[in-house]
Design a binder for this molecule. Structure first.
Ligand code: DX5
Ligand code: ZN
Length: 217
């Protein structure tokens, strides 16, 4: 069944405790947390202390998306903060670094994700796939909620699904950026296992929106 990960970038930060409860009561499966350092992407948000606070405020697993120029510097802090999934960008990490990170994360029972920007060719991530628990396909450029969905994500997800079958792997396929009711069903058809959504889910009735997507399957 499709899993839903609302992105806290679009929540009402002044009432974050209530927003977390709303997510739980609406049938969300993960809490997606975006971490930007102002270098890798043109925004600054959510560090390890924030993740630590959220961990205390919800029983949902934390899906932490690192958009940092030097993510290796912060791995221990994000692990100690209580991340359940920790996702790195291919553009700033070598295959060898990723393989050793994956071992480190697994020793802490944390899942390892790899993400790529819409402009990064899918071939670039192939050497990393054997160490992935999750692949996060970005369908907008990293930085902000509310951007327009980039259609090439559909084909990229289908390619990844095919690749997963061929290599008998089991990594999850997640999509992030501009996801709403006009593209959610095509994304599921293409092979997405997890939909991240920010601005769409936090506007209006989250429960109705999540139920509609989950009923589709
Ligand atoms: C963008 C972030 C996304 C963003 C999604 O850099 O990675 O998680 O919050 O927001 P929407 O769904 O509004 O595009
Ligand atoms: Zn994200």
């Amino acid at each position: 069944m499709i899993k839903i990960a609302p992105s806290l970038l679009s929540c009402d930060l002044l009432h974050i405790g209530e927003e977390l409860k709303k997510m739980e009561q609406s049938g969300a499966d993960y809490v997606h947390i975006d971490c930007f350092d102002g270098h890798f992407a043109p925004n600054i948000a959510f560090g390890p202390d924030f993740v630590k606070a959220i961990k205390k405020g919800t029983s949902l697993p934390l899906d932490v998306h690192l958009m940092l120029e030097n993510p290796l510097r912060f791995v221990s802090s994000f692990l100690d903060a209580g991340s359940d999934f920790l996702t790195f960008h291919q553009e700033v990490i070598s295959q060898q670094e990723f393989a050793s990170l994956s071992a480190k994360l697994h020793s802490r029972k944390v899942k390892t994700g790899l993400s790529l920007m819409p402009i990064t060719p899918i071939e670039k991530i192939k050497p990393y796939l054997k160490n992935c628990d999750l692949v996060l396909v970005m369908s907008v450029m990293p930085g902000f909620s509310g951007q327009k969905f980039q259609e090439n994500a559909l084909q990229r997800i289908a390619d990844l699904k095919k690749e997963r079958e061929e290599m008998h792997a089991s990594f999850l396929i997640e999509v992030d950026g501009g996801v709403n009711d006009t593209n959610a069903f095509s994304l599921i058809e293409s092979g997405a296992d997890i939909l991240v959504s920010g601005s769409y889910l936090f506007e209006g009735n989250m429960k109705d929106k999540i139920e509609r997507v989950k009923r589709y399957e």
